[in-house]
Design a protein around this ligand. Sequence first.
Ligand code: SF4
Ligand code: SF4
Length: 362
Amino acid sequence: MNKLGFGFLRFPMENDEVCYDILTPMVDAFFAGGGRYIDTAYPYLNGKSEEAVRKTVVERYPRDSYILANKVPGYQVKEREDLYRMFETSLRRCGVDHFDVYMLHWLNEKHYAMAEQFDEFAFLRELKASGKAKKIGFSFHDTAALLDKILTAHPEVDVVLLQINYLDWESEGIQSRKCYETALRHGKEIVVMEPVKGGTLAKVPEAAAKILKKIDPERSPAFHALRFVQSLPHVDVVLSGMGSLEQMQENLLPVEPMTDEELVLLHRAAMAIDKATAIGCTGCGYCLSKCPQKIFISRYFRLYNEGQQKPSQAWKLKPAYVEASKDRGKASDCIGCGVCERSCPQMLPIREYLVKVKEVLE
Ligand code: SF4
Ligand code: SF4
């Protein structure tokens, strides 16, 4: 069994350009290993993600050999016409005439209200009726109660894209388990994003790494994270952003569902990670472009976490902080406007955490 999908968001980049010499062999390995599902979105990497799909997949493989999923940021819409404009741009950048799955990107309470205001589900239905989208759906970052409300209002939805990983499985913020069960109750196809929580479950604290080694000493922490999600019987596809060919090859290995004993070990590893991870930032960067003070939020949180996990190395962090904040706002420059928190899929109290960063790193 392997349900791996290739997420075209976190992949090899250098100086803001796609590293095709690394990405192209990764795509070939993905297809050779039985992968089919490719995921991108209109806003990813300012269009470079969709262009990379065209260059590495669409121009090199027959259209019926892969499933291409794309997403429209309905929350950027000023007038309904924008939806059609973004859809046409996505078709052109990807070099295709239809998408196999087309979704509203990132529904939460605020974005769902906008989706209703601009009648965005009717737009999806229209695409499906015309054959330009084979299946329709949305990606979701909010509570299971809101997911239930949307799926009740819109039974036409075929697919939901949910954040599921073993660290967030029982979390009250992300509600992975509750969202999974809600989608299941509504009979939807489930695609999973963030199975490795933006890399948090790939580089785990030492205490957690020791526990994971008991499951399989040969495999990486990221592999265990992917295996957990693949073990969920009603998950159809597990998206992973990958940075190297080696990572791709490991992720394509056949996986067996986890046993009860392994799940107990994974739960212990989650507790060890929770204990050692002060700030659960995934580094997605969605907050960065919104901050009027240009505060390098994700980087500061990473430095702060490193200091908490390895106190003996903490002396290195202040110089790293000075370097990172050279051309950007410091944590103490935060004016408390709260714009960043409204764009954080992890729903982090960013302002509160920046106070801690300031106390420790300035
Ligand atoms: S609350 Fe602070 S960090 Fe967040 S957007 Fe405003 S100034 Fe930036
Ligand atoms: S603070 Fe939130 S939005 Fe910003 S990088 Fe971290 S997880 Fe992403």
